[in-house]
Design a protein around this ligand. Sequence first.
Ligand code: SAM
Length: 324
Amino acid sequence: MVRIAHQTQLGKYYIGDTERFFRLKKGRELKGKVQLILTSPPFPLNRKKSYGNLQGEDYKSWFVGLAKVFSDFLTEDGSIVIEMGNSWVSGRPVQSLLHLESLIEFVKHPDANLRLCQQFVAYNPSRLPSPAEWVTVQRIRTTDSYTHVWWMAKTDFPKADNSKVLRPYSNSMKQLLRKQQYNSGVRPSEHVLSEEGFLTDHGGSIAHNFFELEPMNSKREVRLPNAFSLSNTDANSFFIRTCRERNITPHPARMPLGLAAFFIQLLTDPDDLVLDPFAGSNTTGFTAELLNRRWISTEIKPDYAKQSKIRFEDEILHKSKSKG
Ligand SMILES: C[S@@+](CC[C@H](N)C(=O)[O-])C[C@H]1O[C@@H](n2cnc3c(N)ncnc32)[C@H](O)[C@@H]1O
Protein backbone atom coordinates (compact mmCIF):
# COMPACT_ATOMS: atom_id res chain seq x y z
CA MET A 1 0.00 0.00 0.00
CA VAL A 2 1.15 3.54 -0.72
CA ARG A 3 -0.26 6.45 1.27
CA ILE A 4 0.47 10.09 1.96
CA ALA A 5 2.24 10.59 5.29
CA HIS A 6 2.23 14.36 5.18
CA GLN A 7 2.10 17.23 2.78
CA THR A 8 2.76 20.93 2.48
CA GLN A 9 1.73 23.48 -0.11
CA LEU A 10 4.72 22.49 -2.19
CA GLY A 11 5.14 18.78 -1.60
CA LYS A 12 3.94 15.33 -0.62
CA TYR A 13 5.70 12.56 1.30
CA TYR A 14 4.41 9.07 0.45
CA ILE A 15 4.98 5.92 2.47
CA GLY A 16 5.43 2.76 0.44
CA ASP A 17 7.75 0.96 -1.92
CA THR A 18 9.05 3.44 -4.46
CA GLU A 19 8.67 1.12 -7.47
CA ARG A 20 5.15 0.43 -6.44
CA PHE A 21 4.46 4.16 -6.23
CA PHE A 22 5.79 4.64 -9.77
CA ARG A 23 3.36 2.04 -11.09
CA LEU A 24 0.31 3.72 -9.51
CA LYS A 25 -1.67 6.40 -11.35
CA LYS A 26 -0.32 9.18 -9.11
CA GLY A 27 3.21 7.99 -9.83
CA ARG A 28 2.70 7.54 -13.58
CA GLU A 29 1.30 11.06 -13.80
CA LEU A 30 4.75 12.40 -12.93
CA LYS A 31 6.33 11.02 -16.12
CA GLY A 32 8.21 13.72 -18.02
CA LYS A 33 7.59 16.27 -15.24
CA VAL A 34 10.42 15.87 -12.75
CA GLN A 35 13.26 18.39 -13.12
CA LEU A 36 15.56 16.72 -10.60
CA ILE A 37 15.71 13.29 -8.98
CA LEU A 38 18.02 13.76 -6.00
CA THR A 39 18.56 10.75 -3.80
CA SER A 40 20.88 8.59 -1.80
CA PRO A 41 19.58 5.06 -2.38
CA PRO A 42 20.12 2.31 0.14
CA PHE A 43 23.82 1.53 -0.17
CA PRO A 44 25.18 -1.94 -0.98
CA LEU A 45 26.42 -2.71 2.53
CA ASN A 46 28.10 -5.77 3.89
CA ARG A 47 26.39 -5.20 7.25
CA LYS A 48 22.69 -4.50 7.20
CA LYS A 49 21.54 -1.11 8.45
CA SER A 50 18.29 -0.93 10.30
CA TYR A 51 16.40 -0.25 7.07
CA GLY A 52 17.77 -3.43 5.46
CA ASN A 53 19.65 -3.40 2.16
CA LEU A 54 20.01 -5.86 -0.65
CA GLN A 55 23.51 -7.21 -1.13
CA GLY A 56 25.83 -8.17 -3.98
CA GLU A 57 24.44 -8.94 -7.43
CA ASP A 58 20.86 -8.67 -6.11
CA TYR A 59 21.57 -5.08 -5.17
CA LYS A 60 23.12 -4.30 -8.52
CA SER A 61 20.30 -5.68 -10.65
CA TRP A 62 17.69 -3.93 -8.49
CA PHE A 63 19.52 -0.59 -8.65
CA VAL A 64 20.37 -0.75 -12.37
CA GLY A 65 16.75 -1.62 -13.14
CA LEU A 66 15.75 1.80 -11.76
CA ALA A 67 17.66 3.67 -14.50
CA LYS A 68 14.91 3.47 -17.11
CA VAL A 69 12.17 4.17 -14.56
CA PHE A 70 13.96 7.29 -13.28
CA SER A 71 14.82 8.51 -16.77
CA ASP A 72 11.13 8.31 -17.82
CA PHE A 73 10.18 10.66 -14.98
CA LEU A 74 12.56 13.41 -16.06
CA THR A 75 11.72 16.44 -18.18
CA GLU A 76 13.83 16.54 -21.33
CA ASP A 77 16.42 18.79 -19.65
CA GLY A 78 16.07 17.23 -16.17
CA SER A 79 18.83 15.63 -14.07
CA ILE A 80 19.39 12.66 -11.79
CA VAL A 81 21.82 13.08 -8.88
CA ILE A 82 22.73 9.98 -6.90
CA GLU A 83 24.87 9.91 -3.79
CA MET A 84 26.48 6.57 -2.99
CA GLY A 85 29.14 5.52 -0.50
CA ASN A 86 31.86 2.93 -0.92
CA SER A 87 31.24 -0.72 -0.12
CA TRP A 88 33.53 -3.44 1.20
CA VAL A 89 33.80 -7.18 0.64
CA SER A 90 32.33 -8.97 3.65
CA GLY A 91 34.98 -10.23 6.12
CA ARG A 92 37.95 -9.05 4.01
CA PRO A 93 40.02 -5.83 3.97
CA VAL A 94 39.07 -5.39 0.33
CA GLN A 95 36.93 -2.73 -1.26
CA SER A 96 34.01 -3.98 -3.28
CA LEU A 97 33.50 -2.80 -6.84
CA LEU A 98 29.77 -3.09 -6.40
CA HIS A 99 28.99 0.61 -5.96
CA LEU A 100 31.09 1.52 -9.00
CA GLU A 101 29.65 -1.28 -11.13
CA SER A 102 26.15 -0.26 -10.03
CA LEU A 103 26.70 3.38 -10.97
CA ILE A 104 28.39 2.53 -14.29
CA GLU A 105 25.71 0.04 -15.31
CA PHE A 106 22.99 2.48 -14.23
CA VAL A 107 24.30 5.24 -16.49
CA LYS A 108 24.91 2.78 -19.35
CA HIS A 109 21.47 1.16 -19.13
CA PRO A 110 20.57 0.55 -22.80
CA ASP A 111 17.01 1.93 -22.50
CA ALA A 112 17.61 4.88 -20.18
CA ASN A 113 19.54 7.23 -22.51
CA LEU A 114 21.63 8.63 -19.68
CA ARG A 115 25.11 10.11 -19.58
CA LEU A 116 27.39 11.18 -16.75
CA CYS A 117 27.39 14.99 -16.72
CA GLN A 118 29.86 15.21 -13.85
CA GLN A 119 31.10 13.20 -10.92
CA PHE A 120 31.40 14.91 -7.52
CA VAL A 121 33.11 13.74 -4.36
CA ALA A 122 31.67 14.58 -0.93
CA TYR A 123 34.45 14.31 1.64
CA ASN A 124 33.49 14.15 5.30
CA PRO A 125 36.52 14.71 7.57
CA SER A 126 34.56 13.74 10.69
CA ARG A 127 33.52 10.33 9.37
CA LEU A 128 34.00 7.66 12.06
CA PRO A 129 36.77 5.17 11.33
CA SER A 130 35.39 2.29 9.28
CA PRO A 131 35.43 -0.53 8.33
CA ALA A 132 36.26 -0.85 12.04
CA GLU A 133 37.99 -4.26 11.92
CA TRP A 134 40.54 -3.09 9.35
CA VAL A 135 40.85 0.53 10.41
CA THR A 136 40.69 0.60 14.21
CA VAL A 137 41.45 -3.01 15.26
CA GLN A 138 44.06 -4.26 12.79
CA ARG A 139 45.09 -0.75 11.59
CA ILE A 140 45.73 -1.93 8.04
CA ARG A 141 43.35 0.37 6.13
CA THR A 142 42.48 4.06 6.41
CA THR A 143 39.12 5.65 7.21
CA ASP A 144 36.64 5.47 4.37
CA SER A 145 35.58 9.11 4.32
CA TYR A 146 33.88 10.15 1.11
CA THR A 147 30.82 9.40 -1.00
CA HIS A 148 30.41 9.47 -4.77
CA VAL A 149 27.86 11.87 -6.18
CA TRP A 150 26.95 11.24 -9.83
CA TRP A 151 25.04 13.78 -11.88
CA MET A 152 23.36 12.24 -14.92
CA ALA A 153 20.93 13.49 -17.58
CA LYS A 154 19.22 12.53 -20.84
CA THR A 155 20.99 15.29 -22.78
CA ASP A 156 24.48 16.77 -22.77
CA PHE A 157 22.89 20.11 -21.84
CA PRO A 158 20.47 19.65 -18.92
CA LYS A 159 19.22 22.80 -17.18
CA ALA A 160 22.17 23.99 -15.04
CA ASP A 161 23.58 27.32 -13.94
CA ASN A 162 26.76 27.42 -11.89
CA SER A 163 26.28 31.13 -11.15
CA LYS A 164 23.57 30.09 -8.66
CA VAL A 165 26.03 28.16 -6.51
CA LEU A 166 28.95 30.53 -6.26
CA ARG A 167 31.44 30.17 -3.43
CA PRO A 168 32.59 33.22 -1.51
CA TYR A 169 35.85 34.58 -2.88
CA SER A 170 39.03 33.67 -1.01
CA ASN A 171 40.72 36.45 0.94
CA SER A 172 43.46 36.68 -1.69
CA MET A 173 40.88 37.03 -4.47
CA LYS A 174 39.08 39.75 -2.48
CA GLN A 175 42.38 41.56 -2.12
CA LEU A 176 43.08 41.20 -5.84
CA LEU A 177 39.67 42.66 -6.67
CA ARG A 178 40.34 45.56 -4.30
CA LYS A 179 43.79 46.29 -5.70
CA GLN A 180 42.81 45.52 -9.30
CA GLN A 181 46.14 43.92 -10.07
CA TYR A 182 47.67 40.45 -10.34
CA ASN A 183 50.47 38.62 -12.16
CA SER A 184 49.24 37.68 -15.61
CA GLY A 185 51.06 35.33 -17.97
CA VAL A 186 51.89 31.62 -18.08
CA ARG A 187 51.59 29.59 -14.86
CA PRO A 188 53.72 26.47 -14.13
CA SER A 189 50.59 24.45 -14.99
CA GLU A 190 50.84 26.07 -18.47
CA HIS A 191 47.54 27.90 -17.94
CA VAL A 192 47.73 31.36 -19.47
CA LEU A 193 46.21 34.10 -17.30
CA SER A 194 45.06 37.06 -19.36
CA GLU A 195 45.83 40.60 -18.21
CA GLU A 196 42.32 41.54 -17.08
CA GLY A 197 40.40 38.26 -16.92
CA PHE A 198 40.38 38.16 -13.11
CA LEU A 199 39.59 41.79 -12.38
CA THR A 200 35.79 41.56 -12.61
CA ASP A 201 33.80 40.85 -9.46
CA HIS A 202 31.31 38.09 -10.35
CA GLY A 203 29.98 37.85 -6.79
CA GLY A 204 31.91 34.69 -5.98
CA SER A 205 34.05 31.96 -7.50
CA ILE A 206 32.86 28.96 -9.48
CA ALA A 207 32.08 25.89 -7.36
CA HIS A 208 34.25 22.77 -7.51
CA ASN A 209 33.15 19.16 -7.88
CA PHE A 210 34.68 18.29 -4.50
CA PHE A 211 32.77 19.05 -1.32
CA GLU A 212 34.41 19.14 2.07
CA LEU A 213 31.49 18.74 4.42
CA GLU A 214 33.23 20.55 7.25
CA PRO A 215 36.69 21.97 7.82
CA MET A 216 39.26 19.76 9.51
CA ASN A 217 41.05 22.84 10.80
CA SER A 218 38.60 25.45 12.04
CA LYS A 219 41.13 28.22 11.39
CA ARG A 220 41.49 27.30 7.75
CA GLU A 221 39.51 29.32 5.26
CA VAL A 222 36.75 27.22 3.68
CA ARG A 223 34.76 28.39 0.71
CA LEU A 224 31.49 26.57 0.41
CA PRO A 225 28.72 27.32 -2.07
CA ASN A 226 26.33 30.10 -1.15
CA ALA A 227 23.00 29.90 0.71
CA PHE A 228 23.79 26.92 2.96
CA SER A 229 26.90 25.68 4.62
CA LEU A 230 27.84 22.18 3.56
CA SER A 231 28.41 21.17 7.14
CA ASN A 232 27.15 17.77 8.16
CA THR A 233 27.73 18.37 11.83
CA ASP A 234 24.06 18.94 12.34
CA ALA A 235 24.29 17.93 16.01
CA ASN A 236 22.74 21.26 16.91
CA SER A 237 20.27 21.47 14.07
CA PHE A 238 16.59 21.88 14.89
CA PHE A 239 15.90 18.40 13.51
CA ILE A 240 18.48 16.62 15.67
CA ARG A 241 17.66 18.65 18.79
CA THR A 242 13.97 17.90 18.44
CA CYS A 243 14.56 14.19 17.74
CA ARG A 244 16.62 14.09 20.93
CA GLU A 245 13.92 15.87 22.96
CA ARG A 246 11.25 13.46 21.68
CA ASN A 247 13.42 10.40 22.15
CA ILE A 248 13.47 9.57 18.46
CA THR A 249 16.53 7.99 16.82
CA PRO A 250 17.35 10.13 13.80
CA HIS A 251 17.82 8.47 10.42
CA PRO A 252 21.32 6.89 10.36
CA ALA A 253 22.24 8.01 6.83
CA ARG A 254 20.98 11.56 6.40
CA MET A 255 22.12 13.48 3.34
CA PRO A 256 23.89 16.73 4.22
CA LEU A 257 21.44 19.59 3.75
CA GLY A 258 24.07 21.65 1.93
CA LEU A 259 24.58 18.91 -0.63
CA ALA A 260 20.86 18.85 -1.40
CA ALA A 261 20.77 22.66 -1.57
CA PHE A 262 23.74 22.75 -3.92
CA PHE A 263 22.16 20.48 -6.53
CA ILE A 264 18.67 21.94 -6.19
CA GLN A 265 20.06 25.43 -6.81
CA LEU A 266 22.40 24.32 -9.58
CA LEU A 267 19.86 22.28 -11.53
CA THR A 268 16.38 23.70 -10.90
CA ASP A 269 14.39 26.94 -10.73
CA PRO A 270 11.73 27.87 -8.18
CA ASP A 271 8.51 25.90 -8.79
CA ASP A 272 10.33 23.02 -10.58
CA LEU A 273 9.57 19.53 -9.28
CA VAL A 274 12.20 17.64 -7.23
CA LEU A 275 11.76 13.92 -6.47
CA ASP A 276 13.47 11.80 -3.84
CA PRO A 277 12.44 8.15 -4.22
CA PHE A 278 14.40 7.08 -1.09
CA ALA A 279 13.56 10.00 1.14
CA GLY A 280 14.41 8.85 4.68
CA SER A 281 14.30 11.94 6.89
CA ASN A 282 13.40 13.96 3.77
CA THR A 283 16.44 16.22 3.55
CA THR A 284 15.63 16.64 -0.16
CA GLY A 285 11.96 17.59 0.29
CA PHE A 286 12.71 19.96 3.17
CA THR A 287 15.49 21.71 1.23
CA ALA A 288 13.27 21.93 -1.85
CA GLU A 289 10.57 23.54 0.31
CA LEU A 290 13.11 26.04 1.69
CA LEU A 291 14.10 26.95 -1.85
CA ASN A 292 10.50 27.18 -3.11
CA ARG A 293 10.62 24.13 -5.34
CA ARG A 294 7.77 21.60 -5.51
CA TRP A 295 8.73 18.17 -4.19
CA ILE A 296 7.61 14.52 -4.00
CA SER A 297 9.24 12.01 -1.66
CA THR A 298 8.69 8.30 -1.18
CA GLU A 299 9.98 6.14 1.66
CA ILE A 300 9.27 2.58 2.71
CA LYS A 301 9.61 2.96 6.48
CA PRO A 302 6.77 4.75 8.30
CA ASP A 303 9.08 5.67 11.20
CA TYR A 304 11.20 7.82 8.91
CA ALA A 305 8.09 9.49 7.55
CA LYS A 306 7.09 10.38 11.07
CA GLN A 307 10.45 11.92 11.97
CA SER A 308 10.69 13.74 8.65
CA LYS A 309 7.70 15.86 9.69
CA ILE A 310 9.85 17.38 12.41
CA ARG A 311 11.93 19.15 9.78
CA PHE A 312 8.89 21.16 8.73
CA GLU A 313 8.40 22.55 12.25
CA ASP A 314 11.72 24.39 11.87
CA GLU A 315 11.33 28.16 12.14
CA ILE A 316 13.88 28.65 9.38
CA LEU A 317 11.15 27.52 6.98
CA HIS A 318 8.67 30.11 8.15
CA LYS A 319 11.36 32.79 8.02
CA SER A 320 12.30 31.81 4.46
CA LYS A 321 8.61 31.90 3.43
CA SER A 322 7.99 35.30 4.99
CA LYS A 323 11.03 36.64 3.08
CA GLY A 324 9.16 35.43 -0.01
C1 SAM B 1 20.40 6.29 2.42
S1 SAM B 1 18.78 6.41 3.02
C2 SAM B 1 18.25 8.00 2.51
C3 SAM B 1 18.46 9.07 3.54
C4 SAM B 1 17.91 10.42 3.15
N1 SAM B 1 18.60 10.97 1.99
C5 SAM B 1 17.97 11.41 4.32
O1 SAM B 1 18.59 12.48 4.17
O2 SAM B 1 17.44 11.10 5.39
C6 SAM B 1 17.85 5.34 1.99
C7 SAM B 1 16.38 5.22 2.34
O3 SAM B 1 15.71 4.43 1.37
C8 SAM B 1 14.66 3.73 2.02
N2 SAM B 1 14.26 2.61 1.15
C9 SAM B 1 14.91 1.42 0.98
N3 SAM B 1 14.25 0.67 0.08
C10 SAM B 1 13.17 1.39 -0.33
C11 SAM B 1 12.13 1.16 -1.27
N4 SAM B 1 12.06 0.03 -1.96
N5 SAM B 1 11.18 2.12 -1.46
C12 SAM B 1 11.25 3.30 -0.75
N6 SAM B 1 12.22 3.57 0.16
C13 SAM B 1 13.17 2.64 0.36
C14 SAM B 1 15.28 3.32 3.33
O4 SAM B 1 14.30 3.02 4.31
C15 SAM B 1 16.12 4.54 3.67
O5 SAM B 1 15.41 5.44 4.53
